[in-house]
Design a protein around this ligand. Structure first.
Ligand code: MV4
Length: 671
């Protein structure tokens, strides 16, 4: 076994590899970019080395630099994780040249699987079923059209160098073929610099079922059963499971045999995955699955296989890479129970699954147990940046059977609390709760087909969430008043400048609450008994709020008691209620009235606060009422407006500046 290995990756997979290495007494060297200086994988490793700036091309993809770090640190092997350099045959070769073991397959095996047409030919020769079609040398338009006719429409045009659905075109009729062919070629040329294509019969209802294989350098090869990864969105996996639902034993055995044959055909070593596409138009059939591609790395979803087999695949990788034999034979491997993996991404499902960024103000996952595993590379307080994959964590659950495991998944998802960054948690919860998913009715079209159930139309924050935000503001003000009272009476109290606000009596406040494109006017009346009447549109609520010991907020709405948490940051606040987080901004709509009586001259800060936006510059002409700056004070945004028509003659503050109450923010010369 190795004494020391380098992990050429980041995030959850780097942490995952380090965990097993540590258990095996193997020391670890992490590499990191400037953006990852305080990342979890860096802190977990025994040693860590900075390899460059945040951009992956200047850090995690720097093959030579990483090998140099490994050599200097005395690492005997490099684990590439997934992505980055994991399927780079030249990198695997460079490792060997430097006398370092690449923890992965031989370079030739990586190359053999890199081109789809060659891979299909190898598999066909090894007796592995491939999708009927054409994958030869001929690339003439007329020749390919004739091949397509023989295959029968619909056909699928795929880029020979393809992956991830790029350069793929479905063609339903002969007349559309040439145009689609041109399109596929253009896309393939742009993406891979290789415009060659192959043709396949288009399978109408495919399932993505993949087999985990393992081989050692002594001629042994086994499979560790299947994973069903049919639940994908735009070729991005969302939920995976093992075993595949409703998989008959004979088909499992046939797929396993085919996958092992595939691995042996290319002299494979280490962990690999053979992807099959199964046509389930009328159920899973023994002759209805076909080789699609082989992934020559450890995959993101390997934990579901670990959960059902009780094996540690990283331990297997280290054993095989250090020259050992496979830890067990095929007959020693069994499936026990059922496992799901849900990938928690920083993305906004309601807004086209746009990747999201932010600081993880709160990051609470359910506790780990024999039933629940969390693989993550982040901790509370970490930042999700745009530089890397937006996956925040993998939630993996296990139980005796699929229905029980699915209940675990739903329960565990409901316990995840992530604030500070939009996540796909509501989307995952909707998938886990879907009756068709529970029934195992899955294929690669599942998410698109059930999109209306899974991706809710964007809608404004619930009244409850708005009330929580408003009560949090009211409590914050009350606490500030109390603190000031304790510190002694302050004649310059900002509260004297706040319209509607009465320190000791009945009054009312208007607050503008903004949720993305929605703009709500909320009225708060302060009642004598300390409760509030909150009016949102035509709805009125009798409410009360109080801080709770854990920092949360307890609210009573018309006699109904709720618990929520509120987190503030530079551009608004997040309210988490019933496992859902909404982002809001609170504005003071009345502030401009305060200024209206003034003529030109100095525009003073009405409250102590921080400037979060400056909308004008020195020398600019402004009109009365025009927004000049936004000041954030007491967790609310106050727009500073021009008191009269004129020109900005003095402007000495910028975004981020802290200002005291009463200071001149800018000067307006009238006229
Ligand atoms: C197919 C197919 C239907 N028929 N091939 C998508 C990515 C690439 N790895 C292969 N893919 C497909 N190949 C034939 N002959 C449908 C897909 C496909 C798909 C496959 C697996 C998982 C998700 C998918 C989503 C859309 C299309």
């Amino acid at each position: 076994m190795f004494d020391k290995i380098l992990i050429a990756n980041r995030g959850e997979i780097a942490c995952r590899v380090i965990r097993t290495a540590r258990e095996m007494g193997v020391r670890t060297v992490a590499v990191y970019s400037e953006a990852d200086a305080r990342a979890r994988h860096v802190l977990m490793a025994d040693e860590a080395c900075l390899i460059g700036p945040a951009a992956v091309a200047e850090s995690y993809l720097r093959a030579e630099k990483i090998i140099e770090v490994a050599r200097k640190a005395g690492a005997q092997a490099i684990h590439p994780g997934y992505g980055f350099l994991s399927e780079n045959a030249a990198f695997a070769e460079a490792c060997a040249d430097a006398g370092i073991v690449f923890i992965g397959p031989p370079p030739a095996a990586i190359r053999a699987m890199g081109l789809k047409d060659a891979a299909k030919a190898i598999m066909e020769k090894a007796g592995v079923p491939v999708v009927p079609g054409y994958h030869g040398e001929g690339q003439d338009n007329d020749f390919l059209l004739e091949q397509a006719r023989q295959i029968g429409f619909p056909v699928l045009i795929k880029a020979v160098a393809g992956g991830g659905g790029k350069g793929m075109r479905r063609v339903d009729a002969e007349d559309d073929f040439i145009e689609a062919l041109d399109g596929a070629r253009r896309e393939a040329k742009a993406a891979f610099g290789d415009e060659r294509v192959l043709l396949e019969k288009f399978l109408l209802k495919p399932r993505h079922i993949e087999i985990q294989v393992f081989a050692d350098s002594h001629g042994n090869a086994v499979h560790l059963f299947e994973r069903d990864c049919s639940l994908q969105r735009r070729h991005q996996k969302v939920v995976e499971e093992a075993p595949a639902p409703d998989m008959p034993d004979d088909i499992r055995a046939a797929m396993g045999r085919a996958a092992v044959a595939a691995a042996q055909a290319i002299g494979y070593e280490g962990a690999g995955t053979v992807e099959f596409i199964a046509d389930v138009s009328d159920g899973l059939k023994p002759d209805g699955f076909y080789f699609m591609e082989m992934n020559t790395r450890l995959q993101v979803e390997h934990p579901v296989t670990e959960m059902i087999t009780g094996q540690d695949l990283v331990a297997w990788q280290l054993q095989v890479a250090s020259g050992g034999s496979l830890p067990c034979a095929q007959e020693d491997l069994n499936i026990e129970g059922h496992a799901f993996e849900a990938r928690i991404y920083a993305e906004d499902a309601e807004r086209g699954f746009l990747p999201a960024t932010g600081v993880l103000k709160r990051f609470r996952m359910p506790g780990e147990s024999a039933h629940i595993r969390i693989d993550t590379g982040v901790r509370e307080g970490d930042t999700i940046t745009p530089y890397y994959d937006p996956m925040i964590a993998k939630l993996i659950v296990w139980d005796r059977d699929r229905p029980s495991a699915l209940r675990r998944l739903r329960g565990a998802l409901a316990k995840c609390e992530i604030v500070g960054c939009v996540t796909n948690l509501p989307f995952l919860a909707a998938v886990a709760a879907h009756p068709a998913f529970a029934a195992g009715e899955i294929d690669t079209g599942f998410i698109e087909h059930h999109a209306d159930d899974l991706v809710p139309e964007p809608r404004p924050a619930s009244n409850e969430a708005v009330i929580v935000a408003v009560l949090d503001l009211v409590l914050t003000r009350r606490e500030a008043v109390r603190a000031r009272a304790q510190a002694g009476n302050d004649p310059h109290s900002p509260w004297n400048l706040c319209n509607g606000w009465r320190m000791n009596g009945i009054g009312e406040d208007r607050i503008r609450v903004i949720d993305h494109e929605w703009d709500m006017d909320v009225l708060v009346r302060y009642l004598k008994d300390g409760s509030h009447e909150i009016v949102i549109g035509d709805d009125r609520f009798r409410c009360r709020g109080e801080r709770e010991e854990d920092g949360g907020i307890g609210v009573d709405i018309d006699g109904r008691r709720l618990r929520a948490s509120v987190h503030h940051d530079a551009d608004g606040l997040s309210v988490t209620l019933d496992g859902r987080t909404v982002r809001l901004r609170l504005l003071d709509p009345l502030h401009q009235d305060v200024e209206e009586e003034d003529a030109g001259g100095s525009v003073l800060a009405p409250l102590p606060g921080r400037i979060i936006k400056v909308m004008v510059s020195k020398g600019e002409k402004v009109q009365k009422g025009q927004g000049l700056m936004i000041l954030e004070a007491m967790k609310m945004e106050h727009t500073i407006t021009a008191p009269a028509d004129g020109m900005v003659t003095v402007l000495d503050y910028a975004v981020g500046d802290q200002v005291e109450e009463g200071v001149p923010l800018l000067e307006i010369e009238e006229g």
